[in-house]
Design a protein around this ligand. Sequence first.
Ligand code: PMV
Length: 359
Amino acid sequence: MTEFKPNSIDKVEVDKGNVTWRTPSNIALVKYWGKEGVQIPKNPSISFTLHNCATITTLEFQKKGTFSDNFEFEFYFEEKIKESFKPKIESFFKRIEEFCPYLKAYKFIIKSENTFPHSSGIASSASGMGALALCVMQLEKEIYPKISEDYFYKKASFLARLGSGSASRSIKGKLVVWGESDAIPESSNLYGIPFPFEVHDNFKEYCDTILLVDKGQKQVSSTVGHNLMIDHPYAERRFQQANENLAKISEILQNGDVKSFIKLVEEEALALHAMMLTSTPSFILMKPNTLEIINRIWKYRNETDSAICFTLDAGANVHVLYPKSEEETIKSFIQNELAAFCEKEQYIHDFIGNGSERK
Ligand code: PMV
């Protein structure tokens, strides 16, 4: 990990400035659930990077007049000062300080906003931590202009991971692998890498419509959730399954086998929820409408031979995945048959994107 520690410098030459990054959310196809140490995943995962659901963060920085041994920052969310978000950012800064020793030389104003509705049940930690990590790296790039592009993105993902594991997969698009896997050369537990093989045309343009079944607060925080895998009776088998599925999906993404893709992606979603159902304490994160939607997707697929499938996060919302070639028909199916099971009939159309962008 010393590769991510910059050379020490006596004097930080950059006085002030501001940087803005837009970072999308991502949806895992093979799920990360269970970690050890400081955000080291128990199994590798892979995700589609989204496009529309994103966080836009601006980091304004100004060198402190006199040195102080603390992090100085203000945080605004959607234009309002948000004291309640500060502890999370403070612990993120503490965690990354050894890799970003310049942080205490500055006062920061951080301004963040999401493109998706605030309480939609969509986790914003991946896009939020991703955008903040990229802003920090942009500052690092100003201080150390010689860092390479490769180092910039790897370290951004490395820092994002220390904020929220899945954030490591939101830096680049379109498919990102995080966690060591024999099937993926150069994969790492420390940062995400773009899927290294040529992707079959069948998977190049995919859509994800997020059905907002329950817009409430997450019932199980991600820290509590991952800890449920410690001493879980099925943990070892689950980690093995995820490893096997990562190797399988790598083949599938290259050979274009849509039927196997559907089977694997749905198995992963249900395995994630099965882990929660069988942990102590246990959690039932699906709602009756989640099940209703799943059954309707299955019925539609049987009747039409569509490539529609679903995946789930650690919550009740359903991500409906489908190839762009079916966009029109599936959007009408969603509007006519699935919207009724969403809170206030709300859903968000999204698609696979290219990852974060500097603004
Ligand atoms: O990044 P975290 O710690 O919030 O964990 C995310 C876990 C899942 O979203 C349930 C699965 C995943 O791989 O994204």
